[in-house]
Design a protein around this ligand. Structure first.
Ligand SMILES: C[S@@+](CC[C@H](N)C(=O)[O-])C[C@H]1O[C@@H](n2cnc3c(N)ncnc32)[C@H](O)[C@@H]1O
Length: 241
């Protein structure tokens, strides 16, 4: 068992994305599909920004974007990548469960790409999101689809020779790390069921506005043929009260 963290795998993760990761590019695109094309004049906070793939895309749409992440090394990578414009980008080391660098009611829109499945306390994160959003502000987030990325999910071969996903221990919530030294999950993952996510959003007074289970593009399917028939992500937009 490794004891890797997001900070220890930061250089590897940044290099992976900079080389062009079909799945991470796809995730950015399906998440951004839930935001307006034009974000000029809007303050947008990207929770769990990593090396900044989504934060830069927000700035490219004109946003005054802020990316926060608890990994100092990932924030270094994000800063080094610069700002594409026409919007602006600033980064801060911060915990999504606290958002201590972000003032109350100072954010118009939020994104969280593949990061809420890493926060240890979902209630604390959603309370922080509520606190920093303006009234009727939105949060758009993606998570690895919990139905297909559950603990011990695996592959089997059907009688016709095609690959089939084995669900695994869907109800076994909690933190787990992969032993695979090449897997992103060697830094760990917080598995939660769909009901846990939806119930938490309701508890914090969010209104559901959009949900997608995006079909892999031909580009993604070519790289992950076994996954062509499964949505890799669950993508959700909610609005605060
Ligand atoms: C799969 S990466 C996604 C990064 C980026 N959003 C992207 O799309 O590439 C997960 C990110 O969640 C971050 N993370 C882990 N714990 C967190 C926390 N408590 N609050 C906010 N982000 C966290 C990690 O540091 C990492 O950057």
């Amino acid at each position: 068992m490794t004891d890797e963290s997001w900070d220890t795998i930061a250089d590897w993760y940044a290099a992976l994305l900079r080389a062009g990761s079909a799945l991470n590019d796809f995730n950015r695109d399906v998440l951004l599909a839930l935001l307006p094309d034009e974000l000029s004049g809007l303050r947008v906070l990207d929770l769990g920004c990593g090396e900044g793939i989504i934060t830069r895309a927000l700035a490219a749409r004109g946003a005054a974007a802020t990316g926060i992440d608890p990994s100092p090394r990932l924030i270094e990578h994000a800063r080094a990548a610069g700002t594409p414009g026409p919007g602006t980008v600033v980064y801060a080391v911060d915990d999504g469960c606290v958002l201590g660098t972000v003032a109350d009611g100072s954010v118009d829109r939020m994104t969280a790409g593949l990061s809420l499945n890493h926060v240890p306390d979902l209630d604390a994160a959603l309370a922080a999101v509520r606190r920093v959003l303006v009234p009727r502000g939105t949060l758009a987030f993606s998570i690895p689809h919990p139905c297909f990325e559950a603990p011990h999910a695996s592959w089997t071969t059907a009688t016709d020779g095609t690959a089939r996903r084995v669900v695994g221990d869907y109800l076994a919530e909690g933190f787990r790390r992969s032993d695979n030294p090449r897997a992103v999950r060697r830094a760990g993952n917080q598995h939660r069921t769909l009901a846990t996510y939806l119930a938490a959003l309701l508890r914090h007074g969010f209104t559901l506005e959009a949900v997608t289970e995006p079909t892999p593009t031909a580009h993604v399917a070519a790289r992950r043929p076994k996954r062509a028939g499964l949505p890799p992500f669950l993508v959700v937009r909610v609005r605060s009260a």
